[in-house]
Design a binder for this molecule. Sequence first.
Ligand code: SF4
Ligand code: SF4
Length: 99
Amino acid sequence: MSLKSWKEIPIGGVIDKPGTAREYKTGAWRVMRPILHKEKCIDCMFCWLYCPDRAIIQEGGIMKGFNYDYCKGCGLCANVCPKQAIEMRPETEFLSEEG
Ligand code: SF4
Ligand code: SF4
């Protein structure tokens, strides 16, 4: 859809194809980053179940970590984790690691 002005935006927005959210990497929006403390994790998969962005990586029922391309840092996974195995840390702590 190409628009010449905001007046052409239809009510409800410009999402003209459903199910396209995965085409856009949304990880850059993140202010807080989830960090997994695997030694505490019991692979209950609550985090995977509740993550609104499907950013939990699991293989065969084992929690493997996070897909930071899509994780928005909402903290829901840390909140539902029964073992406090996920810690939310400020993104600013990781700036130097990524240049
Ligand atoms: S912080 Fe939010 S988006 Fe990121 S992995 Fe946890 S639940 Fe998913
Ligand atoms: S919710 Fe916590 S304990 Fe359960 S799989 Fe996720 S990190 Fe592991």
